[in-house]
Design a binder for this molecule. Structure first.
Ligand code: ATP
Ligand code: ATP
Ligand code: MG
Ligand code: MG
Length: 273
């Protein structure tokens, strides 16, 4: 093929490398999921099954892309952090973005019947995606703080909004009017006094979103003696001549705070590698 007279058209394909030594953050978001959630009778304000399906698809992404060290999900979106030194697909932007978005979408569809067996898909869901490069650990932290704060604000609003409708008998328009101009403390108060809901007792999954993090697995005594070479494990050290030590990793799911220092201080590798 390469030698044909047509091959010159390849020159029109432009390289799109992502700047080296920067943190790649890739965020996907469901296309028109407001409609998808209605058409498939998602439980409001939070359908846990749909969130678990998102977590499953995100885990599939992390199983495939070992350079992803952290992911954060809420509602119909997921953000993925690649380690700064990631070299996947030679850091070609379109290749990384399209492959992740397409694998996430196909995993979401593939696993849908396990999570929502009573709601067969009526049409093909899709996700959009974007990549943003962050230059410093602080900007990465601020990015994830921004998404978790967004999850909190949306969830507080949606919780009281749907309580007004489902328990308070209001229409959606009336609920919007009731909430217009209210600040966070007033929403907490309204939830408690009118519906007996203590916001802080709502599932952490809904309040904090989902955090998937790649964690090292402590070695067993036998492994210490003779490290195994499990497929896909992280490799330390560069160059074929060096003996490779491999750290076995696993992806853990948490619904914890990632705005404060504690989460990051416990995992310095997330922002140093
Ligand atoms: P766009 O295509 O611009 O992203 P969208 O309709 O997907 O539009 P978003 O701002 O992304 O809008 O919001 C996603 C919407 O999907 C939420 O507002 C909510 O209505 C719905 N949704 C997503 N996940 C769930 C869930 N687990 N339970 C209930 N509703 C959900
Ligand atoms: P990459 O991820 O880089 O695209 P790839 O394995 O998909 O790698 P391609 O250059 O895209 O490589 O080539 C697709 C390959 O898939 C073909 O070389 C062929 O082996 C196989 N293939 C695709 N479609 C068919 C088909 N209809 N019948 C048989 N083989 C096919
Ligand atoms: Mg969306
Ligand atoms: Mg969204």
């Amino acid at each position: 093929m390469a030698g044909t007279k047509y091959a010159y058209v390849r020159n029109f394909e432009l390289p799109d490398p992502l700047l080296p030594d920067t943190f790649i953050v890739l965020r996907i978001d469901g296309h028109a999921f407001h409609r998808l959630s209605e058409e498939h009778q998602f439980i409001k304000p939070n359908d846990e099954r749909a969130l678990q399906l998102m977590d499953h698809a995100a885990r599939d992404i992390m199983d495939e892309f070992k350079d992803i060290v952290l992911a954060f999900g809420e509602s119909d979106e997921y953000s993925f952090l690649f380690r700064r030194s990631a070299s996947v697909y030679n850091r070609r932007e379109a290749k990384i973005l399209t492959t992740v978005v397409s694998l996430f979408t196909s995993s979401y569809v593939f696993h849908w019947p396990k999570y929502l067996p009573a709601q067969p898909l009526k049409y093909c869901p899709s996700f959009d995606g974007r990549i943003t490069l962050y230059p410093s650990p602080q900007s990465v932290r601020d990015y994830f703080s921004w998404r978790q704060a967004d999850a909190h604000i949306n969830n507080l609003y949606n919780t009281i909004f749907w309580a007004l409708i489902l328990q308070g008998g209001q229409t959606t328009t009336e609920a919007h009017v009731t909430l217009r101009g209210t600040v966070s403390s007033q929403k907490h108060e309204m939830l408690f006094s009118r519906f007996g809901i203590n916001y802080n007792e709502i599932s952490a999954r809904f309040r904090k979103g989902s955090v998937l993090v790649r964690e090292p697995v402590p070695k067993t005594a036998t492994e210490n003696a003779d490290p195994p070479a499990a497929e896909g494990d992280k490799q330390e050290g560069k160059g074929a001549s060096k003996k490779k030590t491999r750290i076995r990793t696993t992806v853990e799911l948490y619904h914890c705070d990632i705005i404060g220092d504690e989460f990051w201080d416990a995992r310095p590798m997330l922002l140093t590698e």
